[in-house]
Design a protein around this ligand. Sequence first.
Ligand code: UDP
Length: 234
Amino acid sequence: MKKLEMLYEGKAKKVYKTDSDDSYIVYYKDDATAGNGAKKGTILDKGIVNNKMSGMLFEMLEKEGVPNHFMELLSDREQLVKAVEIVPLEVIVRNLSAGSFSKRYGVEEGILFDQPIIEFSYKVDELGDPLINDSHILALKLATEEEIEKIKGMALKVNQVLSDFFLTKNLKLVDFKLEFGKHKGEIILADEISPDTCRLWDTETGEKMDKDRFRRDLGGIEEAYQEVMKRLEQ
Ligand code: UDP
């Protein structure tokens, strides 16, 4: 597959056209941002970890019946994916309180919910990705009722598969963000699943093994990403 011109550059990835209309090449960068771009930095070899980890998890999810955009790894930092049109929603699933949930509702981090929470943000940087509900999504025509239900069902399935898997690696899946896209009219899972987009806490020590180390200046960022990848490969 030939890599053609760049279609889009995001905060952590670049997307290239290919000689097929049906697929894109995604390049994973080491660039890291937090607070909607307010904090910028680099996490050495993060792109390599996230590319590999996303590929591995998307493959697992496909086998578990969650259709997604991943096709194959092409190199350390590149993967071939199905071309999708991204639904402009950040779909967040939470098993325990953390981050913006704790801040918004004034509760401590680490409260285990009786059942997972699904929330949506409207993916528009200039607006700061505001929280949005089903009625808003319908009013803004971002997705249909059927698509919203499909997205929720897939998000819960991803949560179940990944929570169980991470637990076998002594990692608690606290929360994560998904993005979905439309491929040939069908909603499929897209974007990435990595320590950039998940909160992962060590089950023994409670240590944060994800991008919060960068967001909160906790140090040991590279080591945490490498450690997660190492555990996943074992
Ligand atoms: N998240 C993400 N991209 C975003 C916002 C959130 O990947 O633009 C992930 C984040 O890593 C965490 C989960 O979604 O695993 C929930 O994040 P939260 O809403 O608590 O926001 P934050 O505290 O990161 O601002």
